[in-house]
Each structure stands twice: as structure tokens, then as C-alpha cells.
Design a protein around this ligand. Structure first.
Ligand code: PEP
Length: 246
């Protein structure tokens, strides 16, 4: 059994300020986390401040194009030059607000890999899908688009994040059992493609993770850490969540 290094990634979304970056960096620098990969995904303009302090950083989105007339988009090459090592793709807010399809998300994951960025590929269902008992079917389709586009070798460089939409920013966390059930499905889907992929791939949980629910979620066998939104903007909460992942 391969031991997967746990990971906690903070998604600041379109939040933060220069002063928050400074206090965050100063506080986290005093608390190194051995045996845990900690990544911050701030708005792109703040990446360099984190990189200067040797933090691992990621973008929140990437264009599926290399360059050109794509106002407001950001390329893999620019993210890499700014010092990013990771990039979130297919966050539900991108899927909803920008109409990103499963196929586009898969292309973005490929573009990330082409630029030596590790994609954190987000999947997850709406409340309606859950109430209709179609979670596996829905998440399965999201994953299928990725499997159709990436080779096993490319998939082995990806991270998956299960983020039920109804739990993002709502304060309604999936119970550890609900989350584990979908994580086990994701791992089985990976295994159906390639057994070693399933053992190696980190599958993070995201959706209202807080200091008081993190330990129980991270204790589940198929949950390898978290993608944290709101709580990643509160330094002490983020630290407590990181501690829960070790
Ligand atoms: C997210 O934005 O990816 C997220 C999980 O947000 P929150 O933790 O606030 O639910």
C-alpha cells in the first residue's frame, strides 16, 4: 500500500489583500508542517509575494490556450513564470459562472500538465443531483472526460478534489461518511483505469471544511486532505486544518 502525502490547499477565490498576505505568510512561516503539502491559491496578483517567501502556490484557473486574444485569461506559461506549481481546474464556480464543460476542464488539465503544473481537478454534484441519487453517475461523467483526454502517465500527475456544490461556502459540510462514499467511488473509478493510479492519486475533500470538522473528514481512508475556501482566509483556522491533516 503506497502512503499518499496528505495535502491542504487554500483557495482564496477573489479575496484577500496585501496585508492579509503578509500576516498569513508571517504566521505560517513560524509553523512548518512536516509531512504535509501546503499550497495556497490566492488571486494571481498575489502569487509572487508567496513565492518570495518560499510557499507552494497555485493558480485558480488556466486557459486551455497558449496565448493570444483571450482578455482576462491566464496561460500556463505565465502561471509557471510566476512560480506556481499547481492550478485548480473545474472549480464549480468556474463551471457555473463561466459555463465550463467537462471537456473544457479536461483540456485545461492537459494544458496545466504541458506547463509542468499539477492540476487539482474539481468534481462534485449539486443538491438536486444528490437528491435524485445520481451522484456517482454525475461525478463519473466529470471524471470520464478527464480519462478520455489524459494518458495514465498524465493522470498520475493530477490531484482530484471532490467538492459537492451544496457544501461550498454554505456551512453545510458533507458528513465524513457521505464524503468517504464518493471518495471511494472516485478511487474505484481510478482503479478501473489503472490500479497503481488509484493507490497514488490524492483525492482531496472540499466544502465548508473548518477546524471543528477537519479531523473527522481527514480520518476517512480515501480522503487525502482538503481544498479549503473560506477557512483558508483565516490564518489560525487554516493552520488548525493543516494540523488536522497530519
Ligand atoms: C472552495 O471554494 O473550493 C471551497 C471548498 O470553499 P469553502 O471551503 O468555503 O466551502
Amino acid at each position: 500500500m503506497i502512503k499518499r502525502t496528505p495535502m491542504v490547499a487554500g483557495n482564496w477565490k477573489m479575496n484577500g489583500s496585501r496585508s492579509l498576505v503578509e500576516s498569513f505568510v508571517n504566521t505560517l512561516n513560524d509553523r512548518p508542517f512536516n509531512g504535509l503539502d501546503v499550497v495556497v491559491c490566492p488571486p494571481v496578483g498575489y502569487l509572487s509575494f508567496f513565492v518570495a517567501e518560499c510557499f507552494s502556490v497555485g493558480g485558480q484557473d488556466i486557459s486551455d490556450q497558449d496565448n493570444g486574444a483571450h482578455t482576462g485569461d491566464i496561460s500556463g506559461e505565465i502561471l509557471t513564470e510566476l512560480g506556481a506549481s499547481y492550478v485548480i481546474v473545474g472549480h464549480s464556480e468556474r463551471r457555473e459562472n463561466h459555463g465550463e464543460s467537462n471537456e473544457l476542464v479536461a483540456k485545461k488539465a492537459l494544458k496545466a500538465l504541458d506547463n509542468n503544473l499539477i492540476p487539482i481537478i474539481c468534481v462534485g454534484e449539486s443538491l438536486k443531483v444528490r437528491e435524485d441519487n445520481k451522484v456517482n453517475e454525475f461525478v463519473g461523467k466529470q471524471l470520464a472526460a478527464v480519462f478520455d483526454t489524459l494518458s495514465s502517465e498524465q493522470l498520475s500527475r493530477c490531484i482530484i478534489a471532490y467538492e459537492p456544490i451544496w457544501a461550498i461556502g454554505t456551512g453545510k459540510t458533507a458528513s465524513p461518511e457521505q464524503a468517504q462514499e464518493v471518495h471511494a467511488f472516485i478511487r474505484q473509478t481510478l482503479a478501473d483505469n489503472d490500479k497503481s493510479l488509484a493507490e497514488k492519486t490524492r483525492v482531496l475533500y472540499g466544502g465548508s471544511v473548518k477546524p471543528d470538522n477537519a479531523s473527522q473528514l481527514f480520518a476517512q481512508p480515501d480522503i487525502d486532505g482538503g481544498l479549503i475556501g473560506g477557512a483558508s482566509l483565516k490564518t489560525e483556522d487554516f493552520i488548525a486544518i493543516c494540523q488536522a491533516a497530519i
